[in-house]
Design a binder for this molecule. Structure first.
Ligand code: ADP
Ligand code: MG
Length: 583
């Protein structure tokens, strides 16, 4: 049986899992960690770094890195690294490629197929973009599944005999999703889902950074333009503070200087847990909307739920837990690590696709998270008004689904019609998202009011196909939704592939050392002047021996550098194999 890996391609962190010996297991990366930061960096010699080493590079050379690009999936936005430009698809493909290489090292075989998760609220363009990123990374994408659904699969897999309603809340780095589902004797039925694609833990960090800067009389955006190094380092400090507040009542944030360095005399700001909660209250308020909508759509009250499950790193924040506990009047459940549960569920989905005996009693059905339809005109007295939205597939319909509705011609002998396809809940199309259009030609002459049938097919991957038929002769117009760069011609695909193939990857065996090197380089500017020399000496030796290829002297140089760092009280956590290297 071919291996199908399950991949959680996250805004902040990505993970890869595989189903083996009857259960899902996580695959470690080159650092021995399960979480690979979704960060891509390019070194001066043009070698590509992905993950923890790129995260180190981002602190000192933000212009050589890109992160949180998942937020731009499905758009044409160009993202620069040095003198190269990428799309979010390109960068995601580099992350996927890195996970694929790790999986191959772990399994000792080639990996060619994957199940990739996406936020439930990802639209058609974002899903197609994700599939394209997989293809660019050399993976056949067997299925795209919703992240909360994947989380539900992990819980469902381990608790098959139960019969209950569950509510899943997934707050990751950049997206927020909630899902209501029912488990009944091994079958998992998703009832309703909602979310926001621009709300996540990164926004909490940003709000904190903005507040700290404001205290210094600075605006976040202006500061970012003027001193990008200061802001990138401050973000890292705020991220640490946010995490420290998990078990501390207060956290100290050190202010970097304009070169992004935190030296001995750095100013500090102290933040209490309560102050943090106040700062992020506006974000917590936004969490309520999708929760209420999902419960209403599923005709469910908080009291009908058996469990409320938290997923995503940002649900670790005490402020978020408290909010959930107050809303649902019970303590949320977190049986599995919130960072890992989505990837594990993707591996369970892979087992379902591969007909693994361990999941033969499991069935899962998902829903379409938003309403899909077309633009129509309406007649009012003598006036024709365009711009109204006619739903064809209503939100939270179980998928796969195929629905058909007719539209009519508006004038005599009208021979052509353009059908614009939208997603959203607005009554008017201007409030919804345009997904693409189909042109219908060859409508036979006749009076106004001739019918054209439109069929929407929404598949299990959440990808929409649109067909238009002319009922008299049955002529069919299939529609590939064309909107922007997502739908490339074959030549363009080839050109992108060639461009990506040209990139040189930093050798996997050495990324652990590259990460240490970048970390130590940052420390050089921060230790006191008296310690700087000894650190530089150890660092020079390490760098030279890294290049020399002499394993023995290299090992001792590495040991030496780690010892010097430790003696200076600089804590390097890249060597402990922790999954949470930022904390
Ligand atoms: P994604 O799926 O979007 O990649 P994750 O589920 O990995 O995101 O969550 C990442 C987010 O969780 C980040 O914004 C990070 O700041 C936040 N996070 C992780 N651990 C903690 C913690 N202990 N306290 C607060 N926030 C955390
Ligand atoms: Mg996630």
């Amino acid at each position: 049986m071919a291996d199908i890996v399950g991949i959680d391609l996250g805004t902040t962190n990505s993970l890869c899992a595989i189903f083996r010996d009857g259960q899902p297991v996580l695959i470690p990366n080159a650092h021995g960690e399960f979480l690979t930061p979704s960060i891509v960096g390019i070194l001066d010699d043009d070698q590509v770094l992905v993950g923890a080493a790129a995260r180190e590079l981002r602190v000192t050379r933000p212009e050589r890195c890109q992160s949180t690009f998942k937020r731009h999936m499905g758009s044409d936005r160009k993202l620069k690294i040095g003198d190269k430009t990428f799309t979010a698809v390109d960068l995601s493909s580099l992350v996927l490629r890195s996970l694929k290489v790790d999986a191959e090292a772990f399994l000792g075989r080639r990996v060619k197929e994957a199940v990739i998760t996406v936020p439930a609220y990802f639209n058609d363009l974002q899903r197609k973009a994700t599939r394209r990123a997989g293809e660019l990374a050399g993976l056949r994408v067997r299925r795209i599944i919703n992240e909360p659904t994947a989380a539900a699969l992990t819980y469902g897999f381990h608790d098959r005999k139960s019969d209950k309603k569950l509510f899943i809340i997934d707050l990751g780095g950049g997206t927020f999703d909630v899902t209501l589902l029912e488990v009944f004797e091994g079958s998992l039925e998703i009832i309703s889902t909602a979310g926001e694609s621009f709300l996540g833990g990164e926004d909490f960090t940003d709000r904190l950074a903005a507040t700290v800067l404001k205290g210094q009389g600075l605006e976040l955006e202006a500061a970012e333009m003027k001193s990008p190094l200061l802001v990138s380092r401050l973000r890292q400090e705020c991220e640490l503070a946010k995490r420290r507040l998990l078990d501390a009542e207060e956290a100290v944030i050190r202010l970097p200087n304009s070169r992004g360095l935190i030296d001995e005399g750095a100013k500090t700001v102290t933040l209490t847990r309560q102050e943090f909660a106040t700062v992020v209250q506006p974000l917590l308020d936004r969490v309520k909307g999708p929760i209420g909508k999902t419960l209403r759509d599923g005709r469910c009250e908080p009291a009908d739920l058996e469990d409320v499950i938290l997923v995503g790193g940002a649900t670790r924040m005490p402020a978020m837990r408290k909010f959930v506990a107050d809303y649902f009047q019970r303590e949320p459940l977190c049986r599995f690590n919130p960072d890992e549960v989505v990837a594990l569920g993707a591996a369970v989905q892979a087992a379902l696709i591969a007909d693994d005996a361990a999941v033969e009693d499991m069935v899962m059905t998902d829903v379409c998270p938003f309403t899909l339809g077309v633009e129509v005109g309406k007649e009012f007295a003598m006036r024709h008004m365009d711009g109204y939205f006619m739903p064809i597939i209503h939100r939270n319909t179980t998928i796969p689904v195929s629905c058909e509705r007719d539209v009519v011609t508006v004038s005599q002998n009208q021979q052509e019609m353009t059908i614009r396809v939208y997603q959203g809940e607005g009554r008017r199309v201007q409030d919804n998202l345009l997904l693409g259009q189909v042109k219908v030609t060859g409508i036979p002459n006749g009076p106004a009011g001739q019918h054209v049938s439109i069929r929407f097919t929404y598949d299990v991957n959440g990808i929409l196909e649109v067909e238009a038929f002319l009922p008299p002769n049955g002529k069919k117009f299939t529609t590939v939704i064309k909107n922007n760069a997502q739908d490339l011609t074959e030549d363009e695909v080839e050109a992108t592939l060639a461009r990506m193939r040209e990139l040189k990857f930093y050798p996997r065996d050495d990324v652990v050392n590259q990460r240490l090197l970048l970390f130590a380089e940052k420390a050089v500017g921060e230790v006191s002047q008296y310690d700087r020399e000894s650190l530089e000496e150890a660092l020079d030796l390490f760098e030279v021996s890294m290049a020399s290829g002499d394993r023995v002297s290299f090992a001792s140089a590495r040991e030496g550098l780690l010892m010097v760092l430790a003696s200076l009280g600089v804590h390097y956590d890249g060597d402990v194999g922790a999954t949470d290297a930022e904390g």
